[in-house]
Design a protein around this ligand. Structure first.
Ligand code: BES
Ligand code: MN
Ligand code: ZN
Length: 507
């Protein structure tokens, strides 16, 4: 799909379709009014007849509108003008794109980016429109032998800005949006692949492929023997129940100042989570193929950063395993010595994510990180607490919390903070080891983060629990979402606009 930006009058567009907003009740948008004048009241006469109220979700396709050069004009309901905010705007764009795609316009000029969205500028509207368009047209049909082909699919869409002065920022926004959207698609595809295809070694191969595309990206994959030698016993313990060997994938993106401390991203890569010996119930267990979406988000974010040539140093660390029950699987009560030297009592083998992350987070220390952000489908409790709309954010550093929450608000991929108070720590005390891997029914998302915090004391750290947001399970739009790639990429973009922390040279 091709995206463009331009400015210009709607009646002058020689295109298959011009897309115009209509507010509720039956009120044309600014651009709509202009087109109405030129067509000598054609649009307003249609609205007066009551064909389109202007509610969100409504559309009306018109042909041969007098005075225009376009084949069609698509009127799109935008709801009440005063209520048009982020969420409504994205819905409006989604309905417009789907209608274009289904009604045979292979290209279109869309004026919805000129609507007033509360508190948002043109760059934001362009970016959201392109990202939304991409995701509205996403299909995962790699594994279907019969693909559903749309006869005349939407191929090209031009979004408009009100004046030529805005073209510069709009083009930049469009470029960013496309790179973010591609990264999101990449992660969705990885997530939607089943566990028998997307295994730890498959993820490692994908990481290597990614690194081959950019000269500033390099990749190292630690195999079982070297993991054993170096003492990644927590990671290895979880992998033991499966025939699939574990991996630790390490990516390095070096495009920042030589001595600028790296931003480290850590992603949970459980390619299938059956729970291990603490076996999960079979209902919906298939969804546990998505338990590697943290890993996919880290890969996607790093790929977006490389595509956008962000002047930063970034490290990606992905511990990846399959969590299955088996003759040699670890058992409830097993105690392992993690890479950090701390001992872990694995009371529940289904709380595997935090266990493999503990070694990855310890490994992160050696990169002298500026900050470490881990991303994980970590707890069912998070789905109960926040549902599918917000990631849970827990952190040991206020400024980092602040930056991530802001990046979420800007990108529309929002996180919500939960407390990481000391009082919760005692829930994961163990009788027999330094720490237990479960903390009881209460505050499950917080105690999981408490567990991680035992391994992140030496640096600034934030944890994103994406259990509710990484995929959608209902009837509609089932599948991976690619979140939190928009949030993380926005955070990286924001970081480029500030001075990096420089490691002082020691003579
Ligand atoms: N991958 C799951 C978390 C999960 C469950 C994400 C459902 C999305 C939907 C994780 O490994 C897990 O099983 N967590 C357990 C922890 C518990 C045993 C303390 C959970 O949340 O039930
Ligand atoms: Mn689990
Ligand atoms: Zn899991």
């Amino acid at each position: 799909m091709e995206f463009n930006v331009k400015s210009g009058h709607p009646e002058k567009q020689r295109t298959a379709c011009v897309v115009i907003g209509v507010y509720e009740p039956r009120r044309l948008s600014e651009v709509g009014k202009r087109l109405d004048d030129i067509s000598e009241g054609y649009l307003s006469s249609i609205l007066r007849r009551g064909d389109l109220e202007g509610k969100i979700g409504q559309t009306l396709l018109l042909h041969n509108v007098p005075g225009t050069l376009a084949d069609r004009v698509l009127l799109v309901g935008c709801g009440r003008e005063r209520e048009l905010a982020d969420t409504q705007y994205r819905k409006v764009i989604k309905h417009a794109i789907r209608t274009l795609h289904e009604t045979g316009s292979m290209e279109a000029v869309c004026y919805l980016t000129e609507l007033n969205v509360r508190g948002r500028d043109s760059a934001w509207k362009i970016r959201q429109a392109i990202e939304t368009a991409h995701s509205s047209l996403y299909v995962f049909d790699q594994l279907k032998t019969q693909k559903e082909n749309t006869r005349r699919p939407l191929r090209k869409i031009v979004f408009t800005v009100t004046s030529r002065r805005e073209l510069g920022v709009a083009e930049k926004a469009s470029h960013q949006a496309q790179k973010i959207a591609e990264a999101v698609k990449f992660a969705k595809d990885l997530g939607n692949l089943p566990g028998n295809i997307c295994t730890p070694s498959y993820l490692a191969d994908e990481a290597k492929k990614l690194c081959a595309l950019h000269k500033q990206l390099s990749c190292k994959v630690l195999l079982e023997t070297s993991l054993k030698k170096q003492g990644f016993n927590a990671l290895l313990a979880i992998a033991k129940g499966s025939k699939q060997a574990p991996r630790l994938i390490v990516l390095e993106y070096k495009a920042g100042k030589k001595n600028a401390l790296p931003i480290v991203l850590v992603g949970k890569g459980v390619t299938f989570d059956a729970g291990g010996i603490s076996l999960k119930p079979s209902k919906d267990m298939d969804q546990m193929k998505y338990d590697m979406m943290g890993a996919a988000a880290v890969l996607g974010t790093i790929s977006a950063a490389a595509e956008l040539q962000l002047p930063l140093n970034i490290v990606g660390i992905i511990p990846t395993v399959e969590n299955l029950p088996g003759g040699s699987a670890c058992k409830p009560g097993d105690i392992v010595t993690s890479l950090s030297g701390q001992t872990i009592e694995i009371l529940n083998t289904d709380a595997e994510g935090r266990v493999i992350l503990s070694d990855a987070l310890t490994y992160a220390e050696r990169f002298k990180p500026d900050v470490v952000i881990d991303v994980a489908t970590l707890t069912g409790a998070c789905v109960i607490a926040l549902g599918q709309h917000a990631h849970a954010l827990l952190s040991n550093h206020r400024p980092l919390t602040h930056d991530l929450l802001n990046a979420g608000r800007t990108s529309g991929d929002r996180a919500w903070e939960m407390p990481l108070w000391d009082e919760y720590q005692e829930q994961i005390d163990s009788n027999f080891a330094d720490v237990a891997n479960i903390g009881g029914r209460e505050a499950g998302t917080i105690t999981a983060a408490c567990f991680l915090s035992r391994f992140t004391k030496k640096y600034h750290w934030a944890h994103l629990d994406i259990a509710g947001t990484a995929w959608l399970s209902g009837k509609k739009n089932k599948g991976a979402t690619g979140r939190p790639i928009p949030l993380l990429t926005q955070y990286l973009i924001d970081r480029c606009n500030e001075e990096p922390f420089i490691l002082p040279k020691i003579e």
